[in-house]
Design a protein around this ligand. Structure first.
Ligand code: SF4
Length: 120
């Protein structure tokens, strides 16, 4: 039996939770400290397949700023964030770009896109 402490980031309340891992044949997780069911879902996911939305910026020419804000269209596995940032660093755009434009299609083969969050 193992206990992991974590803070739920599914809403601004930030409940302090504990996830108990029970391994007797099948692995089960018991989440405590959550104020709603989303916390339980988050706690189990964090133990099995942690993911995060990525927000960042990429280089852009012919625009009034030198970097365009972008985000992933969905959460990506936490262990892919470093590779994702390397992909974003290699991007060089030419303006104009509209909010919602796809900047990188199928990022790292994850079937998730990187999209512009601002027109520029
Ligand atoms: S457990 Fe529910 S109330 Fe608590 S931070 Fe997560 S989403 Fe918010």
């Amino acid at each position: 039996m193992m206990k992991t402490s974590m803070v739920c980031i599914a809403c601004p309340l930030g409940c302090k939770m504990e996830v108990e891992t029970i391994t007797n044949g099948n692995t089960r997780y018991i989440v405590t400290g959550n104020k709603c069911p989303r916390g339980e879902k988050y706690g189990v996911k964090e133990m099995t397949n942690p993911t995060r939305m990525v927000t960042s910026t990429v280089k852009i020419k012919n625009a009034h700023l030198s970097r365009l804000p972008v985000r992933t269209s969905d959460a990506i596995p936490k262990d892919k964030i470093f590779e994702c940032m390397k992909e974003l660093e290699a991007v060089q755009l030419d303006g104009p770009i509209k909010v919602g434009d796809v900047i990188i299609k199928n990022l790292l083969g994850l079937e998730i896109d990187v999209i512009a969050t601002r027109s520029m």
